[in-house]
Write a protein that binds this ligand. Structure first.
Ligand code: ACO
Length: 439
């Protein structure tokens, strides 16, 4: 087989196997031939939390965690953040290339005309408790859209699929804004299709009695940049959920609901909320030393630090830190920024964090920006889900069209009881009593 192979000797049997290496990986199924006897199932690889398992071949997002590189379809995130818009980036992620002018005009138009929700969706949102978490509302309501669009089940019909893609990108901001307005008891604001993607979102979130809402251009652009930065991040927890649930060939609304649910968790999309809570708890620059000690003693986590993939720096964090200053020129300086800056400075000089390669991630500053823009913390994961929808869709579509993909179904190492006979109530009670007596 030559140089591009891996030779394995099974010391249990003395047999040698040669496995081909492609793109720096060996196929897990190639291990199955390694057996101690004919009735042996064959060797598996054990990888809880998939820390070293590639679940797909993908052309969408490339991350080099050691070098701090993030590229969408080959374009560096820094260039996209400074020169692109979220809608253009979404097109790029989903279609593989930047749109021509004509393609973009059509794309923008198509997204814009799909921003409205069916009135019944609005009514069903009214059914949530007055103080419902907007992310919980988003998870449920996006799933419910599948009932409005039963055609969406035809996921292998390209025309149908493209329509759902546009609907999803267009309607997520409306769902998000309605969830927010509901949680405040404020009337829903319908989309204003004269405005940009993020301008319209700000309109639906913040418009009150004015005839026409005019978004602040700095905040509108800042939100657009934040959306570009959050649009995709290869095989993270929510994207894995999207691919895994989507692999059952369910409609995209149900799969997006699963991805949103994954994003809701504090170790993923909820981390920026946790950062704010942490900064408030620290209270002032004076409280940092005590907090760092708690982290080093294993009693707390420094939220917004560390990443499964980035082990040097998160390029999104550097862009966001810069963005924070632009936003604060409009909104006024967020007092939590001083604590964050000092916390970052101290942590980056501390051996605990240096040895573990813990650096600020995208969430360290994004929460402070969102808070300064007037968003409550409960909206943070919702604001993450809007742009990430583009990435989820791109990954979902790639999975559907990949002939190697099947329904996701991991294996397990069974470590439970061997076969045993069913116990009657009496025998169970006697066993429990005996156990208690010994204890
Ligand atoms: N604060 C303190 N210690 C940490 C932190 C942290 N934020 N993150 C990791 N560590 C420590 C671990 O305790 C472990 O220490 P040990 O070797 O002494 O046991 C070591 O660093 C390695 O950590 P792991 O948990 O193995 O790293 P993993 O890659 O599994 O976790 C994760 C990554 C979940 C992001 C983790 O760093 C974390 O919990 N960070 C805080 C939450 C956060 O900011 N999440 C947002 C991620 S970005 C996103 O989802 C968009």
């Amino acid at each position: 087989m030559g140089e591009n192979s891996l030779t394995i000797t099974d010391n249990r049997t003395g047999k040698t196997y040669e496995l081909p290496i492609n793109e720096g990986a060996v196929r897990a199924m190639d291990f199955r031939q390694i057996k101690v006897s004919d009735d042996d199932f064959g060797m598996m690889v054990y990888d809880p939390a998939f820390t070293n398992t590639a679940s797909c071949r993908s052309e969408i997002t490339n991350i080099d965690g050691e070098k701090g590189i993030l590229r969408y379809r080959g374009y560096p995130i820094e260039q996209l953040a400074s020169q692109s818009t979220f809608l253009e980036t979404a097109y790029l992620l989903i279609n593989g290339e930047l749109p021509t002018r004509a393609q973009f005009v059509e794309w923008e138009h198509e997204i814009t005309i799909h921003t409205f929700l069916h009135e019944n969706t609005k009514k069903s949102m009214d059914g949530f408790l007055y103080d419902s978490h907007p992310m919980g509302m988003l998870v449920s309501t996006v799933a419910a859209l599948s009932t409005h669009y039963p055609d969406s089940k035809n996921i292998f019909d390209d025309e149908v699929r493209q329509l759902q893609i546009k609907r999803l990108i267009a309607k997520m901001p409306t769902l998000a804004a309605f969830a927010y307005r509901h949680s405040l008891g404020q009337p829903y604001v319908y989309p204003d299709n004269d405005l940009s993607f993020t301008g319209n979102l700000l309109n639906m979130l913040y418009k009150m009695s004015e005839v026409k809402y005019l978004p602040d251009p700095v905040l509108e652009r800042a939100l657009d940049i934040l959306f570009i930065l959050h649009a995709d991040h290869e095989q993270n927890c929510s994207t894995n959920a999207m691919r895994s649930v989507g692999s059952s060939q369910v409609d995209p609304y149900s799969a997006i609901a699963a991805a949103c649910a994954a994003l809701y968790g504090p170790l993923h999309g909820g981390a920026n909320e946790a950062v704010l809570r942490m900064l408030k708890e620290i209270g002032s620059v004076k409280g940092i030393a005590k907090f760092i000690k708690r982290v080093k003693d294993g009693e707390d986590l420094l939220m917004g630090f560390g990443h499964r993939v980035y082990k040097n720096f998160d390029p999104r964090a550097s862009i966001i830190k810069e963005l924070a200053h632009q936003v604060f020129e409009v909104t006024g300086r967020n007092p939590l920024l001083d604590i964050a800056l000092e916390l970052e400075r101290i942590a980056l000089e501390d051996d605990y964090f240096i040895d573990r390669k813990l650096y600020p991630n995208v969430d360290f500053y994004s929460g402070i920006i969102y808070q300064s823009m007037g968003f409550p913390v409960s909206m943070f994961p919702v604001l993450f889900a809007i742009p990430r929808t583009a990435g989820w869709i791109a990954q979902w579509q790639e999975m559907l069209l990949d002939s190697e993909q099947k329904i996701a179904r991991p294996r397990q190492l069974y470590v439970g009881q061997d076969e045993r006979d069913y116990l009657s109530w009496d025998r169970r009670d006697n066993k429990a009593a005996a156990k208690e007596a010994v204890a």
